[in-house]
Design a binder for this molecule. Structure first.
Ligand code: RTL
Length: 192
């Protein structure tokens, strides 16, 4: 009996949850200067199609004109079975919300993917963890049909246990709890 009650409560909670992309809370008073530097992806939720597989490391830079740019590396498999380290570059266009950017990205080599995605910082403490989110396609009901998200850590070894709790709550808030996979770091991109 108790099992049914718990199941019903969980179901009610899921229904009550607001999965409208426009209502997702992002980082308040986001400070891109504090966000600059190296972030190691420790978990990710993939979008549809080709994507970075593992060994994902991003470096955010704030230029003299105060604009944010980034580089990112990660293992990919393209053209069916060509495994390589993708060397990516990105520029960010600011919006009315300091935590919401439009990201233009492309590969250092022309055969790598180019794109123009939303880049939202959902939460960060700047020194340990960050939760990133991007919705590529919003459904007619306002929920996301094709999203990707990275959980970043300042430490290559992973998240501190105290941050895991906060990150789990944020995964739930953006309706992606249970959809992440761990991102391993094997040194694949370190030589290139
Ligand atoms: C993240 C933030 C830092 C800068 C960039 C990012 C995203 C990179 C992506 C790369 C996809 C590459 C593929 C290559 C195969 O051709 C969000 C890490 C650029 C989405 C699929």
């Amino acid at each position: 009996m108790l099992r049914y009650v718990v199941a019903l409560c969980l179901l009610a909670l899921a229904w009550a949850q607001d999965c409208q992309v426009a209502n997702f809370q992002v980082m308040q008073n986001f400070d891109k200067t504090r966000y600059a530097g190296t972030w190691y992806a420790v978990a990710k939720k993939d979008p549809e199609g080709l994507f970075l597989i593992d060994n994902v490391v991003a470096q955010f830079i704030i230029n003299e004109d105060s604009k944010m740019t980034a580089t990112a590396k990660g293992r990919v498999i393209i053209l069916n079975n060509w495994e390589l380290c993708a060397d990516m570059l990105a520029t960010f266009e600011e919006t009315n919300d300091p935590a919401k950017f439009r990201m233009k990205y492309w590969g250092v080599s022309s055969y790598l993917q180019t794109g123009n995605d939303d880049h939202w910082v959902i939460d960060t403490d700047y020194d340990n963890y960050a939760v990133h989110y991007s919705c590529r396609l919003v459904d007619s009901d306002g929920t996301c049909l094709d999203s990707y998200s990275f959980i970043f850590s300042r430490h290559a070894t992973g998240l501190r246990p105290e941050d895991q709790v906060k990150v789990t709550q944020k995964k739930m808030d953006i309706c992606l709890l249970g959809k992440y996979r761990r991102v391993t770091h094997t040194g694949f991109c370190e030589s290139s």
